[in-house]
Design a protein around this ligand. Structure first.
Ligand code: PEP
Length: 248
C-alpha cells in the first residue's frame, strides 16, 4: 500500500497568526508521524504563510478549493496553476459543503479534478451521501455517481492517481461518526469499483474523526487515513490522530 494519509481541513477558521502557529507547531513535531503523510488545508488567504511555516518539514499543504478554469475573467476564483505556483501539493474537490452551499454539481467537481491534475496538483475527491440518502438505501448509488462523473471525464487510471475521501454528509461536523463497519463497507465498495488500478489508491474517511474514534477507523483494511475537520484545529489532537494512523 502507498503511504497512509491524514489531512486537516481548517475550513474558514483562524487568522494569519493562528494559521502560522498551527503550521509551525505541526512542522516542529513532524517526527511524530514518520510513515504517514500529513497534509493541512488552510483558508486560501493563509496558504502562502502556511507553506512558508511548513517548509522543510514533512507537512504538505493543500487548498480547500480551486477553479475548474485555467485563467480568465472569473472574479474571486483561484486557479490550479496559481496554487501550484505558490507551492501547494494538494487540493480538495467536491467537499460536501461546496456541493451543498455552492451548488457544485458532479460535473463541476469532475472538471475541477481534471484541472487539478493538469496543473500538477493531487486532487482529493470528496464523496458521500446525506442522511436521507443513507436511510433510503442510496449510499452506494450516490457515491458511485459522484465517482463515475470523474472517471467519465478523466478515466479510471487518472482517478486512481488522486485520493478519494469518503465523507458521509451526516457525519461532517455533527459529532456523529460512521462506525468502522459502515465506513469500511463503503470504502471496500469504492475500491472494488476501481478494480485492479485502485489497489494502491488512498481512500480516506472523513466525518467527526477525533483521537478517540480514529484508531478503530484506521484499523479497517480499506481505510487509508482520515480527512479531519474540527479536530485538526487543535494541534495536539491532530498529532494524536496522525500517530494513530502510524500505529494502525
Ligand atoms: C471535513 O470538513 O471534511 C470534516 C470531516 O469535518 P469534521 O471532522 O469536523 O466532521
Amino acid at each position: 500500500m502507498t503511504k497512509p494519509l491524514v489531512a486537516g481541513n481548517w475550513k474558514m477558521h483562524g487568522n494569519a497568526n493562528t494559521a502560522a502557529e498551527l503550521a509551525t507547531h505541526l512542522s516542529l513535531h513532524d517526527s511524530a508521524f514518520v510513515g504517514v503523510e500529513v497534509i493541512i488545508f488552510p483558508p486560501a488567504v493563509h496558504l502562502d504563510r502556511v507553506i512558508t511555516a511548513a517548509a522543510s518539514s514533512m507537512v504538505s499543504v493543500g487548498a480547500q478549493n480551486m477553479s475548474q478554469w485555467a485563467s480568465g475573467a472569473y472574479t474571486g476564483e483561484v486557479s490550479g496553476e496559481m496554487l501550484n505556483d505558490i507551492g501547494c501539493d494538494y487540493v480538495l474537490v467536491g467537499h460536501s459543503e461546496r456541493r451543498a452551499l455552492f451548488a457544485e454539481s458532479n460535473q463541476v467537481v469532475a472538471e475541477k479534478f481534471k484541472a487539478a491534475q493538469q496543473q500538477g496538483l493531487t486532487p482529493i475527491l470528496c464523496v458521500g451521501e446525506s442522511l436521507q440518502q443513507r436511510q433510503q438505501g442510496q449510499t452506494v448509488k450516490v457515491v458511485t455517481e459522484q465517482i463515475a462523473a470523474v472517471t467519465d471525464l478523466v478515466g479510471t487510471k487518472s482517478l486512481c492517481k488522486g485520493v478519494i475521501a469518503y465523507e458521509p454528509v451526516w457525519a461532517i461536523g455533527t459529532g456523529e461518526v460512521a462506525s468502522p463497519e459502515q465506513a469500511q463497507a463503503v470504502h471496500a465498495e469504492i475500491r472494488s469499483q476501481l478494480g485492479s488500478q485502485g489497489a494502491n489508491t488512498r481512500i480516506i474517511y472523513g466525518g467527526s474523526v477525533n483521537a478517540t474514534n480514529a484508531g478503530a477507523l484506521f484499523a479497517q483494511p480499506d481505510i487509508d487515513g482520515g480527512l479531519v475537520g474540527g479536530a485538526s484545529l487543535e494541534a495536539n489532537e491532530f498529532l494524536k490522530i496522525a500517530q494513530l494512523m502510524v500505529q494502525g
